[in-house]
Design a protein around this ligand. Structure first.
Ligand SMILES: [Fe+2]
Length: 154
């Protein structure tokens, strides 16, 4: 099986066990929404789209497993490493790339490596495009404006 599909199966099992229906809906929307934006942005910037998609699928999994968003980026990087190690779908370098991106994804005001930037921007895109009539949060405004320019929708 394709490794993105192996990971999707694993993530789906976690999400299906979320008892709160609204929380479950948000988790599906956000994780797979960010994963798709990761694909789009990575393809546009010629980054590794397969690994970026996997990073998107995993990036907030800690919050949904523990129902606790505190330090979810650093703790999520550790959990993502455990998941990828158990599934055996990535090599050492690929695991590091994905987990590093998850580790830095909450730092919206800092510019990181090109690959890590894909996940941060995908997170912003998903938040901002969930409902285009909602007000953009202050800490995401700058990145959202840059993304709209990059994608020719400013
Ligand atoms: Fe997120």
């Amino acid at each position: 099986m394709d490794r993105i599909e192996i990971l999707r199966k694993y993530i789906d099992e976690i999400l299906l066990n979320i008892t709160d229906v609204e929380e479950r809906r948000c988790a599906y929307l956000h994780l797979y929404g960010v994963a798709q934006f990761c694909t789009l942005i990575a393809l546009k910037r010629r980054e590794n789209a397969e690994l970026a998609t996997m990073a998107g699928m995993l990036h907030d999994i800690y919050s949904y497993v523990k129902m606790d968003p505190k330090d979810h980026a650093s703790k999520g990087a550790i959990l993502a490493r455990e998941i990828l190690t158990s599934l055996q779908i990535t090599n050492v370098d690929e695991t590091k790339m994905i987990c590093d991106a998850i580790y830095t994804h909450s730092e919206k005001e800092v510019v990181h490596s090109d690959f890590n930037e894909v996940l941060i921007d995908a997170d912003v895109f998903q938040h901002c495009l969930y409902n285009p009539t909602f007000e953009i949060k202050a800490h995401e405004k700058n990145r959202y404006e840059k993304l709209k320019l990059e994608f020719g929708i400013a």
